[in-house]
Design a protein around this ligand. Sequence first.
Ligand SMILES: C[S@@+](CC[C@H](N)C(=O)[O-])C[C@H]1O[C@@H](n2cnc3c(N)ncnc32)[C@H](O)[C@@H]1O
Length: 311
Amino acid sequence: MYMSRITSNHIQSPLNYTGGKYKLLPQILPLFPQDINSFVDVFCGGGNVGVNINCQQVIFNDIDKNVVGLLKLFKNVPINKLICDIMNIINEYGLSLVFEHGYEYYNCSSSAGLGNYNKQSFFKLREYFNALKRKDKKYYTYLYVLIIYAFNNQIRFNSKGEYNLPVGKRDFNGDMQTKLKKFVARLQEKECSFISRDFRYFSSQRLTPQDFLYADPPYLITCATYNEQGGWTDDLERTLHLYLDDLHAHHIRFALSNVLTSKGKVNNILQDWLNNNPQYVCHHLNYDYSNSSYQTHDRVNGSDEVLITNY
Ligand SMILES: C[S@@+](CC[C@H](N)C(=O)[O-])C[C@H]1O[C@@H](n2cnc3c(N)ncnc32)[C@H](O)[C@@H]1O
């Protein structure tokens, strides 16, 4: 039996992931079971949740191969080597490093950011990256550097498979380096494996009642890059509910993150599923991530952020 312990200093993903659950960890982790053998983070995204669970092993899964490739890079490359590889790319392309030289050196200010200075180098780097053929460590290291210097540190590829975000305002600053170092250290001390599969093909047969599956899918009624072009649909939402019902039938514990309402929209599919399954528990969380006070949900204007559990 392995104890899931909640630590006060949660680790944050170095991928600034839309829908990342870092800020909600203090609310959701206490609702997880204390005894977890395998923890399945089946929509792992930036890995904010899986990395903070103490258990025998964490299985990180996401349909996005690039995200899983980045997590594998963080797991497998020693941190000094990774930082060195990142710095080499930054130097090779002449990108800024404000933590070493300050803003004036680049003729930029903190408020306006570094976009003007980095623009041309960023485009050259992006062009080089988009021409890479093999998805190996080099590919993911270059991708991570692009993310560092990209608009809002986001990941977005167009339909031709090209990374297509513009340059951002920031660079590899102290904050980002600390986040990366802490995340890599925690991931490297963990027993974990990585899978990139649609959740529908993630076999639950190997799971036992000692295991735990956490599902943090794209939210049906909100927008995110990974939900563009019909990435998440009513059908997938219903299929996920059937998948979770099946886990319940096999006595496997799960927790599902979602929003029941957001900006006047209601997720009726989720509400109906809850109405039809009184055995599931719906925990209402603080809807406003940036607000540290635990407000009650606001069904009209705010988001009713929930964690649904079968235990
Ligand atoms: C809300 S995000 C997860 C955020 C993550 N929990 C974190 O804290 O960083 C949802 C993720 O689901 C993934 N996803 C979308 N459709 C999927 C599918 N059919 N199967 C598995 N993963 C999927 C997206 O790529 C995205 O990374």
